[in-house]
Design a protein. Structure first.
Length: 305
């Protein structure tokens, strides 16, 4: 199958390209210089030229809690425009299949855990990443509308839990929790310092190794007719922030102190996605937390000095 992968330079995109199943397909993976996803005419021309059979939309502006708080306008506008341009150009060029990647931040902040797909738009969003979440909800709904208007189009959304792994960003300003914690703990071990944790560390999060999401994407491509319109893709278990820091510290060999900053925002108290639909679909995450952390630390040490 000829597959157009959008967002190939990001963590998810690079894990997709490294997956063994890419050998079975022809993958078109334009860089940002080759295709500006914020320009509809450019996107439309690209689709018209390449005519892919399947589109994987993993592109967008992403970042951790600090980046989302600092630049909500960019996270809302850029991600909304990218999602709209991709889906409308795909429809214009009669591309039959689109797999859109959503985010667990699409769920209301006070929703009961585990988070079921039908909870989307059933409550107020978490303020710390509201702009990004609105853009993700918009794109998922647009997939639904296009599919409902014409059954020829199968435009569906996978909603991953939080991710980490190879090709992640290891910057406290832009990264998510696990890569930021890995960098902080390695630096603290080297400098004999303390490790700062936002909040008291009791909030719970679910993290899945990014290579597992790549594996799911190829499973979904092979079984796309059976995939629900919206489906959570999760690890199936959550841990406290303190648990993650302790697991990373053990792997790194850090024996110093942790310090909690209670003035910092921490987001939702818990974020665990319901995997009932995923189980019925027949896929399960394979990489344990310890194995995933080990591989991520190895990648960091190899690629960041």
């Amino acid at each position: 199958m000829k597959i157009l992968l959008l967002g190939a330079s990001g963590m998810v995109g690079q894990n997709i390209l490294e997956n063994i199943h890419t050998k079975r397909h022809t993958i078109v993976a334009p860089s940002r210089k080759e295709l500006n996803l914020l320009d509809y005419e450019e996107v439309n021309k690209f689709f018209k030229k390449h005519q892919p059979e399947f589109v994987v939309h993993s592109a967008g502006l992403v970042g951790g809690i600090q980046a989302n708080i600092k630049k909500p306008v960019s996270f809302l506008v850029n991600n909304t425009d990218i999602g709209r341009n991709i889906l409308m150009a795909a429809q214009e060029n009669k591309i039959p299949n689109v797999l859109n990647l959503g985010s667990s931040c699409m769920y209301p902040k006070n929703a009961k855990n585990p988070l079921k797909e039908e909870f989307i738009l059933k409550g107020e969003l978490e303020p710390t990443n509201e702009g990004y979440a609105i853009a993700k909800v918009y794109t998922a709904r647009l997939c639904e509308y296009i599919s409902k208007e014409n059954a020829f189009f199968q435009y569906k959304t996978a909603i991953p839990c939080n991710l980490y792994g190879r090709h992640d960003k290891f910057s406290p300003e832009n990264s998510h929790m696990i890569p930021a914690a890995i960098k902080k703990i390695i630096d603290a071990k080297k400098d004999h310092g303390k490790v700062l944790i936002w909040g008291d560390g009791s909030v719970r999060r679910e993290f899945m190794f990014a290579d597992d999401l790549a594996d799911f994407i190829f499973y979904a491509i092979d079984n796309f007719n059976l995939m629900p319109q919206n489906i959570n893709v999760g690890f199936g278990k959550d841990y406290s922030i303190n648990d993650y820091y302790r697991a990373i510290a053990k792997e790194v060999g850090f024996t110093g102190d942790f310090e909690h900053d209670l003035s910092k925002p921490v987001g939702m108290k818990q974020k665990l996605v319901d995997v009932t639909r995923l189980d019925r679909f027949g896929w399960k995450s394979k990489t344990s937390l310890n194995e995933g952390i080990q591989k991520t630390i190895q990648f960091y040490k190899k690629n960041y000095k």
